[in-house]
Ligand binder design. Structure first.
Ligand SMILES: [Zn+2]
Length: 227
């Protein structure tokens, strides 16, 4: 494995020679050597690697850093002081999402129209896929809206969560383009859906295939989502 330099958004830098899979394995050995809070975080990270098949860039920094801090990094670098699990200030701040309550009213309309797990699939004008879906009753935040890259289960990138009060809690993977597109969806849902339909031929509201995508989503889709 070549030497890699990993950087977090907050500027934490770690030089590593081991693969992410190796880091995930070593995290379990590292956990008992770390402070309680960090040990729990180490085990969670390792479990995430196994269930998602990889780390996000931000997770990778923490994984390799904790392995190093536990003195388990090969190549013999002296372990620096113990790492704490990331504190609140290391995570992006929640921000009010303009138009969020309108998004919630769309989802309520879709549920009332019979959609069990309503999901809006949309995309940036450049074609970057995005999806907003309502969290199920079994999730940590039932009824909240999750924003992802519309990837398949356990392989998707999670960009954040929109709370019931319209606050958006971005993940470390969220960037300005995702946020701007989310604002556009909340403020001009029909325009955004029609753009996605024209680009892909698929209705982003109910994922139906449309005969004339250039005309945008059809009346039935609009009605189901209260648009
Ligand atoms: Zn449709």
């Amino acid at each position: 494995m070549a030497v890699r330099t990993l950087r977090s958004r907050k500027g934490i830098t770690i030089v590593t020679q081991i693969s992410d899979a190796e880091a995930a394995r070593l995290l379990l050995e590292a956990a008992p050597r770390l402070a309680d809070k960090s040990a729990k975080f180490a085990r969670e990270l390792s479990a995430k690697f196994r269930s998602y098949g990889g780390f996000t860039p931000e997770q990778a920094v923490w994984a390799h850093k904790m392995v190093r801090d536990a003195g388990l990094m090969p190549a013999g670098e002296a372990p620096p002081p113990q790492t704490q699990a990331p504190q609140e200030e290391d995570r992006p701040e929640p921000v009010q999402l303009p138009g969020a309550l309108r998004l919630y009213s769309m989802f309520r309309a879709a549920k009332a129209a019979g959609a069990e797990l309503p999901r809006v699939v949309f995309s940036t004008p450049a074609g970057r896929p995005l999806a907003v879906s309502m969290a199920t009753g079994k999730s940590k935040y039932p009824g909240h809206l999750n924003v992802t890259d519309n990837g398949t289960w356990h392989k998707s990138v999670w960009y954040g969560r929109i709370g019931l009060d319209g606050k958006f809690f971005p993940s470390g993977d969220c960037d300005g383009e995702v946020f701007d597109m989310l604002v556009a969806l909340a403020e001009k849902p029909l325009e955004v859906s029609n753009g996605h339909t024209a680009r892909t031929g698929m209705c982003g509201l109910c994922q139906c295939k449309l005969e004339k995508p250039e005309n945008g989503v059809d009346a039935a889709c609009r009605k189901a989502w209260g648009l």
